[in-house]
Design a protein around this ligand. Structure first.
Ligand SMILES: Cc1cc2nc3c(=O)[nH]c(=O)nc-3n(C[C@H](O)[C@H](O)[C@H](O)COP(=O)(O)OP(=O)(O)OC[C@H]3O[C@@H](n4cnc5c(N)ncnc54)[C@H](O)[C@@H]3O)c2cc1C
Length: 394
């Protein structure tokens, strides 16, 4: 058994590192925690330019062909790519819906005209949002009620979405609507592409506890959407919701685990900074987090091996849940170590113990969102119980 990268893979890594050395914008290396990338601007100009550069050089989604911002690389090389980005904490883009959810779904389920929208979504030229969640349909997405009624060549859409990431800057929405209210709830849903400047759409940004507004409520009142904007079959939208979410989950663990490993290293520095490095309780807690991060990495590789060989990787449901929960515990420990100083964020404030950007408190807040977005921890546990352990539905 050879547990090493092949020469071709190492050559691939060398090319990637040379590219990153030459082209990474200085701002990208200063994004050291979530929420810091945008500085309050939903998509800063440097990040838009960086995404386009990655696309033009075949480094945006390396497994895709060049016309889709890639270089036809193997799954193992994609893993190398994701790890090198995560290790350096370099973001590819902040507005993930377009390249990570919409483009793969359009390529899989769209007609020719709809597939032609994918390159701009991946390059970041078009900003997309995904309209799934509603006030009474989150985990139970199939309960969504936003209604689309056909009237000649258009659907007339009425209803409300919520938690719609990037809706305030998006040009297009991948919007799930109910087209048959009489069918069983999974069978009456369709997917529409809705231009966000269509009359009747109102976007109300939601500011979260960090002070940033990355998502919004979206209201639809008699919004006319061409019938040609239907993606896939009428009333066949449920299959697409499953596809969209699968795309979202496939590569998330690498980033999650790399972030956790970095946080453990930062906790060691923080414990030294506040003089708690010889406290046995603190040492035990950090060592246990190190153990968890290492186990998760090994499990991630195992899931990746199945995925690369074309099998499903149920490990990924566990990875999403475990890495986000471990992240939450790690930032909580950071807040404990900082004590009352933990909540201070003012730049240059003498009370911030050198942590003058508010890294811990912002990451602590965001760590809660990570256990909800893309499927909450409770829902992941249900999936593990039923699909991995074979337990009956509760
Ligand atoms: C940062 C962030 C970005 C997001 N971006 C988007 C986006 O771009 N587009 C979009 O459509 N949505 C988005 N969401 C919404 C997200 O998908 C939902 O928040 C999520 O699906 C949970 O739905 P909910 O908030 O309605 O909670 P609910 O489903 O009402 O759940 C409330 C609580 O009950 C638990 N629960 C629910 N059902 C069960 C069950 N069967 N068994 C056990 N426990 C259960 C949940 O785990 C949760 O703790 C985003 C959310 C976050 C945090």
């Amino acid at each position: 058994m050879k547990l090493d990268w092949s020469e071709t893979d190492e050559r691939f890594r060398g090319e990637l590192l040379a590219f990153l050395e030459a082209k990474t914008p200085p701002e990208a290396t200063r994004v050291d925690f979530p929420g810091n990338a945008s500085g309050g601007d939903a998509i800063p100009a440097w990040l838009r330019a960086w995404q386009a550069t990655l696309f033009d050089h075949g480094w945006m989604i390396p497994g895709y062909p060049p016309e889709l911002g890639g270089r036809n690389c193997t799954p193992t090389q994609t893993m190398i790519y994701l790890e090198e980005f995560a290790r350096r904490r370099i973001p590819r883009a902040t507005h993930f819906p377009g390249y990570a959810i919409v483009a793969p779904s359009l390529l899989e389920f769209g007609n020719e005209q709809q597939r032609s929208l994918a390159p701009a979504a991946i390059r970041g030229d078009t900003v997309w949002c995904v309209g799934m969640s509603e006030p009474n349909a989150g985990s139970d997405l199939a309960s969504l009620r936003t209604r689309a009624v056909r009237d000649g060549d258009v659907f007339v859409v009425n209803g409300q979405k919520v938690w719609t990431s990037y809706a305030m800057v998006a040009q297009q929405c991948f919007c799930y609507v109910r087209t048959d209210p009489d069918a069983p709830k999974h069978k009456g849903i369709s997917l529409l592409i809705i231009d966000m400047d269509t009359p009747g759409i109102e976007v109300r940004p939601l500011t979260h506890i960090t002070g940033h507004a990355d998502f919004a409520e979206v209201f639809f009142t008699d919004v006319k959407v061409p019938v040609a904007n239907l993606v896939g079959e009428l009333n066949g939208g449920w299959a697409l919701t499953q596809g969209s979410l699968a795309h979202e989950r496939a590569g998330l663990w690498v980033d999650g685990v790399a972030r956790l490993e970095q946080t453990v290293r930062d906790l060691v520095d923080l414990a030294k900074l506040v003089g708690r490095h010889d406290d046995s309780g603190v040492r035990r807690a950090i060592a246990s987090m190190f153990e968890q991060a290492s186990s998760l990495r090994s499990l991630g590789y195992k899931g990746f091996a199945s995925y690369a060989q074309g099998s499903s990787a149920p490990e990924h449901s566990y990875m999403k849940m475990a890495s986000s929960e471990a992240g939450k515990a790690a930032f909580e420990l950071g807040m404990e170590l900082l004590g009352p100083f933990g909540a201070a964020t003012g730049a240059g404030s003498p009370t911030t113990l050198g942590d003058d950007t508010g890294r811990w408190v912002t990451s602590f807040y965001v760590s809660f969102a990570n256990t909800i977005a893309g499927g909450s921890s409770e829902i992941q546990r249900n999936i593990i119980a039923q699909r991995v352990l074979g337990l009956p539905r509760a």
